[in-house]
Design a protein around this ligand. Sequence first.
Ligand code: ADP
Ligand code: ASP
Ligand code: MG
Length: 437
Amino acid sequence: MLKVIKFGGTSLASAQQFQKVAAIVRADKSRRYVVASAPGKRFSEDIKVTDLLLTCHRLAKEGENFDVPFNQIKARFEEIIADLGLSLSLEDEFTAFYRRIVKGASEAYIASRGEHFNARILAAYLDFPFIETAEGIIFDENGALLEEVTNEKLGALLKKNPRAVLPGFYGATEHGDIRIFSRGGSDITGSLAARAVKADLYENWTDVSGLLMADPRIVKNPRAIEFVTYRELRELSYMGASVLHEDAIFPVRREGIPINIRNTNAPEDAGTMIVEQAEKSAGIVTGIAGKKGFGAIYIEKGMMNSELGFGRRVLRVLEDRKISFEHLPSGIDTLTVVVERGALVGHENEIIHDLQKAVQADRIHLVEDLCLIAVVGRGMINSPGTAARLFGALAKEKINIRMIDQGSSELNIIVALEEKDYEKALQAIYNEFVPEA
Ligand code: ADP
Ligand code: ASP
Ligand code: MG
């Protein structure tokens, strides 16, 4: 049995958390490769080290003094080292790091140091070798991950040691320039490492006892999901169930390696297993997720349905403006394009003008205050009446549905609502589908 395990920011935010992590690693000999994130929040108003690093970069770029955030970062690492009683000193490295920022180090390089230093500390504490992921995770010059090169190099690098700690979140180009993933990207590092060593399991340790049926910041005490399929998880994480980075799914999925989401603060909880095919059937609905910040373009034209190329002309206008669409429901004489709000704001008149020119519609109007909520579940395929229950739950709360889209996989139903109804709707849908324990 071989496990790759990744600890998130809150799991490595203080010496006390490091102690929990060490106990988890030592409790199971198969937990051999450990991916570390940068120190996260210790309490809700705290600032993540990655955010402090990004502030350093911004200030330095603007020619401002960045000593305040820099010293906060340094103090956080020093406190962890001191509280763990380690003899390690990062003093010289911090002096060198400071100079590099002054000399104009890249944003990626600066942001990557949170993971780098934290992994060094964790390696010393666990007495595991430290592995520099920049030598194994390889990006091209444009910042795109080279998956196969990475798989080979990272595999070779890791296999040199039976156990190791490696920093998450970053890699480098073949010339050694540091590149980072998008935020939350240490999850991807863990997944790449699991694939590279052909692990039996990828454990992802965070601050919740698994993927929850809804965002715990909105729904009170949502239930944890026992089993979820990769496809369901992809739908949920794309729609905002942000416990795992959406790009962390592909590398392990292709090797059939399950992911287990676990809670560092409650290691006895089984957490969520993410698998290709769930053995146990959950309820009808596996989870509910949503996002704010969408807008829609409503286009009306009589006989649209018989006008050849209508949809293509609409999408062409959007493509020329580099706007990608999220949903595209249509009626006989209407077409709605749901897009991220940011794509519309400030360009409303131009977009209407271009579309009008392309399709001579009877009416085009934009709305910019939508949210999307996805109800996801492999059980929905065999359960007639799910949509009716969803619409009923919203109607009872007098919430107006602006768009409905059922994925062709029948794995999800997505509704667009007014943004102001988001929280109320999420709770209402949760109450409808999750029986009280
Ligand atoms: P880490 O720093 O360990 O990577 P993250 O902050 O990235 O942790 O992800 C965990 C957080 O995701 C939880 O604390 C929770 O607030 C949030 N979250 C949002 N939606 C969900 C959900 N459906 N299930 C679990 N957690 C969720
Ligand atoms: N530290 C990085 C972030 O805050 C990466 C991660 O936590 O996964 O986004
Ligand atoms: Mg995360």
